[in-house]
Design a protein around this ligand. Sequence first.
Ligand code: NAG
Ligand code: NAG
Ligand code: NAG
Ligand code: NAG
Ligand code: NAG
Ligand code: NAG
Ligand code: NAG
Ligand code: NAG
Length: 422
Amino acid sequence: MERDGSVGVALPMLPLVAVCWAVAAATGEKVLPPPSNLNYSFIQICTLNWTWNPPENISSSCDLEYSSDILIDEVSQHKNEWRKSLFRVTDTVLNKEMRFKVRSECKNGNATDRSRWVETSVAPKGIPGTAAVGLSCVWHNLEYMLCKWHPGENASSDTNYTLFYWFDGLERHKECKNYSVSQGRFECAFSLTFPQTANRYPPISILVRDDSEKIMPICAIENPTTLVKPATPRIVKLSYVNSGIHLQWSESGTIPANCLSYEVRYHNGDLTPAQTIQVKFNSTSIPSVDPNSKYTFQVRAQPKVECYSSKFYSEWSEEKSIGENPDSAFNFLLIITIPLIVMVSTIILLVYLKRLKILILPPIPDPREILKRMFGEQNEDPQSCAKEDCVNGYDRLIKEEEIHSLILIETPESSNPEKEHR
Ligand SMILES: *[C@@H]1O[C@H](CO)[C@@H](O)[C@H](O)[C@H]1NC(C)=O
Ligand SMILES: *[C@@H]1O[C@H](CO)[C@@H](O)[C@H](O)[C@H]1NC(C)=O
Ligand SMILES: *[C@@H]1O[C@H](CO)[C@@H](O)[C@H](O)[C@H]1NC(C)=O
Ligand SMILES: *[C@@H]1O[C@H](CO)[C@@H](O)[C@H](O)[C@H]1NC(C)=O
Ligand SMILES: *[C@@H]1O[C@H](CO)[C@@H](O)[C@H](O)[C@H]1NC(C)=O
Ligand SMILES: *[C@@H]1O[C@H](CO)[C@@H](O)[C@H](O)[C@H]1NC(C)=O
Ligand SMILES: *[C@@H]1O[C@H](CO)[C@@H](O)[C@H](O)[C@H]1NC(C)=O
Ligand SMILES: *[C@@H]1O[C@H](CO)[C@@H](O)[C@H](O)[C@H]1NC(C)=O
């Protein structure tokens, strides 16, 4: 079966190879030499500079350009470029194989002459499955970036991942220092601010790695405007105005006011479903409300698409309420009276149960009392009188209680027929 499969794959390759040969033969005489000395170097944590030298012996009539392309894990990134310069700067991912290919293209009048491709690649370092997974970052209120990730499934549990970041404007990459680990998830926060006047933010490179060679590094390059999450608003004012309710909330402070819109969520009473309204500014009014009803509000902020291409809402603000539920006095009464009623009825029940117990199970009398009564009767019995001195027994019964215990010990022995036989 396996052989059949491999033959099946190999056969369709043949025509392709043949076509390549044919093309090479047809253009054989004027094949353009490719660029030479293709190489790369890291110029930043997640940025590569691919460099090459020009082909030799190029005719002066040639308008030379370089065409280059990028493949990640053999998949074209559709980032073909034609340039005259002898280098190309690209991002890198580090946890996948990145292949770079370049060729010379020569425009002689209206004909274009191309060289073969030359290529080189950067292979991932470290053990597969050890790179951080699910790396995601959120830029909180244009103030700090919070990144989270999980350890790779093949990484040892004591792996100490480190996060580095860089953006155009930083001389050197920096290390994020504020780490925390919760439920197996790593978190790191670093301050990220730009002058208030900036309306364009550079892409930010994030590298998560470990000092150990075994752990595969991973790079991510993010447009920070896609990561903006506004601060949670705080409702600062809630009042009745005319027949409506006016509410106002705090602004972000760092995000320009015209770059945020808001969502106000409110409900009337405790049972009605919440309504949501869209608001452009930091205050709004709900007209004609029921004055005898309690209204509860929450606000959250959303970045405007005109400013940031982020889809992160802020968290909902804390709830703030105005008015009282009409039945709240009744509720209060219930809160006080229900435990009271329960308490009183429990007491009544206990008392009643005690009485019931007396009726069903009369109080267990003192065993001594029973015995006392039994023997009192036995002694009057003429049959027992036959075994024991009847007069004596009767006399003792009349005597003090202390003596009765003596009888208790004496009588069973004397009335035991087995002992008498032995
Ligand atoms: C690539 O450049 C590095 C230095 O950046 C050098 O050590 C290496 O030999 C170069 N490789 C080739 C094939 O030129
Ligand atoms: C890339 O390398 C080339 C050749 O060393 C250099 O001229 C160019 O400035 C480098 N590009 C960047 C962005 O550093
Ligand atoms: C370039 O041309 C020179 C002289 O014309 C020749 O000696 C040399 O071999 C050529 N180099 C290449 C790479 O064809
Ligand atoms: C190239 O362009 C010239 C005119 O600029 C034209 O006469 C000629 O036919 C073109 N050649 C090809 C192969 O298109
Ligand atoms: C983890 O390691 C095993 C064995 O080396 C390998 O088969 C597996 O693919 C790795 N996991 C990942 C996510 O690469
Ligand atoms: C991670 O750091 C801790 C504390 O510094 C250390 O004990 C541990 O050995 C480190 N893990 C690795 C894989 O180096
Ligand atoms: C560390 O990050 C947390 C948020 O994850 C933040 O509240 C705290 O202020 C930060 N501490 C320092 C020293 O930056
Ligand atoms: C609401 O916005 C107005 C106008 O932008 C501003 O004057 C006011 O201070 C803001 N209020 C709060 C609570 O931020």
